[in-house]
Design a protein around this ligand. Sequence first.
Ligand code: FEO
Length: 391
Amino acid sequence: MIKLKEGVYWVGAIDWNLRNFHGYLTHRGSTYNAYLIVDEKIALVDTVKDKSFPEMMERIREIVDPSEIDYVISNHTEPDHSGCITKLLTIAENAELVASNFGVKNLRGYFGEGLKVTSITDKPSINLGKKTLQFTPIPMVHWPDSMVTYIPEDKILLPNDAFGQHIASSGRFDDEVDPGVLMQEASTYYANIIMHLSTSVGRALKALGGLEIDLIGPSHGVIWRSMIGEIMDKYRGWVAGETIPRAVIVYDTMWESTHMIARALSDGVAEGGVEVKLHRLGASHNSDVIADILEAKAVLVGSPTINNGVFPTVASFLAYLKGLKPRFKIGAFFGSYGWGGGARKEVEAGLEAAGIELIEGDLEYKFRPGAEELLKAREFGRTLTGKILRG
Ligand code: FEO
């Protein structure tokens, strides 16, 4: 266990080997954070994934006898936080389970209609003795049930999925890990988990705006204590859809023609002084591409035509992109075909469905692009930088 403040402890679990979090490639593993508050009454805020139950219990036992827990707070029902709740309640037999209204429904949906759960409508705060737990719903950050727990006496915010990062580390605090890695993982997490919920995140930031905060203990990754201002600023920027001068070129290729166009485009963008990130699907995972798209202004998507349509890896990427709803981006199609074509129509429809504004381009070439066509693609890249730099 790790002590956060007098009577407040981290008792979660570290999942060093996690590499796939519902389709999101988690290069650095993750943690499931649970927090124990010991006062005249004892409360546990969130639990861990079912497989990590023994690890959480070991940490709790370092502090108290788990059967003495009085309250179990479920900030969010997704199984990475609630998966072992009923197991815990067989040990903490007298504990009262507390969740948001939606949380009550969801917990019963997972664990059976007979589950005893108190709604925060009936209990908006709990007095533990010297400390108080205050609950605020933050619907759709990440599910309709999501809420935060705040301890005003310690100025500790426990916002569950908000401000998370998928990092497994020996250090539990933001200043104990590499700051570049931390911000990279926080942005990758935002892009893949909550970018499409930015309006809800904005509402949550507003609702929590007046709180004094010394520590933010999210449900994944490290606890924020030294970089609270920085992560808050980042969240405000992501919610607002702010972009930086960056173009992401994402494509797949069958016989290298689409790859040649991608290279020409990237050379043009780089010549125009704008950062460019090039991803060939298959080599890059969808979740890493989305992470680069979060702050990018332009997204160029390339595909050869196969069977009169889009390449399957590109189709998968477009489906992922559509779900995550990036905002305020411009984009275009590029690619190659042999006789009939078909990829262009599908990619452009996919970009529009994802809310990306299409810009005019003539970047679809038959069989293999010639020198002239590659020059045209390069020129397109250079021209694009003007649009990107204008914002
Ligand atoms: Fe970390 Fe939405 O669960």
